[in-house]
Design a protein around this ligand. Structure first.
Ligand SMILES: NC(=O)c1ccc[n+]([C@@H]2O[C@H](COP(=O)([O-])OP(=O)(O)OC[C@H]3O[C@@H](n4cnc5c(N)ncnc54)[C@H](OP(=O)(O)O)[C@@H]3O)[C@@H](O)[C@H]2O)c1
Length: 248
C-alpha cells in the first residue's frame, strides 16, 4: 500500500517523535496537518517538511488537554476541505515520577491530553475521515500503558493515562471491525530521539545490541503497520534491550 497523496493529521508534531513522523511521511508524498501547542515549533517543522520535498504542511494550534481547543482544531482542519486519511495520535503529556505531590493542573493535563482530548479529536475528525476510502487512526501508546508494566521512572498519572490511551485504541479496533476505519496501536519503549537527516537517524545500522530504541524504530514500525492490507490492524509493542518492558 502506498501512502502517497494521503492527508495525515499528526498531534504533538512540533518536536520529538511527532516531528520525526512529519519528516518521514513528507518524502512519501503525504499532505501533512501538523497540530500542537506551540505554533512557532509547528511552523519550523512545516518549513523543514517543505525543504525536504514535502507537498504540503498546514499547521493547527491544538492543546489536547483543553476540549475547547480540540473543537477549534477540528473546525480549522475542516476548512482545508480535504478528507483526512490518517490521524496519528502522538501528542501526550509526559510526567516523570516524583516524591513531591503533583500539581492538580499537571495531573489533569496528563490524563486529559492522553484520553479525553485524544478521544474528542478522534470523534471530531470522524466525519472528515469518513470521506477517505481507507481511514486509519494510529495511536502512539507506550509500553507503560501495558498491563503490569514496570513503573520505571514514570509517574502513576502518566502510567494510568497511557493505559487509558491504549484502551482507547483497542476499543476503537473493536468498534471498527468490519467497517472501513482501522485502529492501529504502537507501543514504544523508552526512546532516544532521532530525526530524519540527523546523525542518530542515519546511525541505525551501527547501533549496539544493548541500546535504547529510537524515534526511527517507532516511525518505521508505524509505516509498516499503515501499509498492511486494510483488514489487518496491528498492535506493535517495541522491545529494546535498554528501556524496554523488562528493565535490567
Ligand atoms: N520518548 C519516549 O521515551 C516515549 C516512550 C514511550 C511512548 N512515548 C510516546 O510517544 C509520543 C511522543 O513523545 P516524544 O517521544 O516526542 O516525547 P515527549 O516529550 O513525551 O513529547 C510529547 C509530545 O506531545 C506533545 N504534547 C504534550 N502535551 C500536549 C497537549 N496537551 N496537547 C498537544 N500536544 C501535547 C508535546 O508537544 P509540546 O510539549 O511541544 O507542546 C510533544 O510533541 C507520546 O505519546 C509519548 O507518550 C514516548
Amino acid at each position: 500500500m502506498d501512502l502517497s497523496g494521503k492527508t495525515v493529521v499528526i498531534t504533538g508534531a512540533g518536536r520529538g517523535l511527532g516531528a520525526a513522523f512529519a519528516l518521514s511521511l513528507a518524502p512519501l508524498g503525504c499532505n501533512l496537518i501538523l497540530c500542537g501547542r506551540r505554533e512557532a515549533d509547528l511552523a519550523a517543522v512545516a518549513r523543514s517538511v517543505l525543504s525536504h520535498g514535502g507537498k504540503s504542511a498546514q499547521t493547527v494550534a491544538l492543546d489536547l488537554a483543553d476540549a475547547a481547543s480540540v473543537t477549534e482544531a477540528v473546525a480549522r482542519i475542516a476548512t482545508f476541505q480535504a478528507p483526512v486519511d490518517i490521524l496519528i495520535n502522538n501528542g501526550a503529556m509526559w510526567l516523570e515520577a516524583s516524591q513531591a505531590p503533583y500539581a492538580e493542573a499537571e495531573v489533569m493535563a496528563v490524563v486529559n491530553a492522553a484520553i479525553t482530548g485524544t478521544f474528542l479529536l478522534v470523534q471530531g475528525l470522524r466525519p472528515l475521515m469518513q470521506l477517505s476510502d481507507a481511514p486509519d487512526i494510529l495511536t502512539i501508546g507506550s509500553i507503560s500503558g501495558l498491563p503490569n508494566a514496570a513503573l520505571q521512572t514514570v509517574s502513576v498519572p502518566f502510567y494510568a493515562a497511557k493505559r487509558g490511551q491504549v484502551a482507547l485504541a483497542e476499543g476503537l479496533r473493536q468498534e471498527f471491525r468490519g467497517g472501513k476505519f482501522r485502529s492501529i496501536l504502537v507501543n514504544p519503549p523508552y526512546l532516544d530521539e532521532a530525526m530524519p537527516g540527523g546523525q542518530s537517524w542515519a546511525a541505525n545500522g551501527t547501533r549496539a545490541k544493548n541500546m535504547r530504541a529510537t524515534s526511527r524504530d517507532v516511525v518505521e514500525a508505524s509505516i509498516f503497520a499503515l501499509t498492511r492490507p486494510h483488514h489487518i490492524s496491528l498492535t506493535i509493542e517495541l522491545g529494546a534491550d535498554e528501556g524496554g518492558l523488562f528493565p535490567s
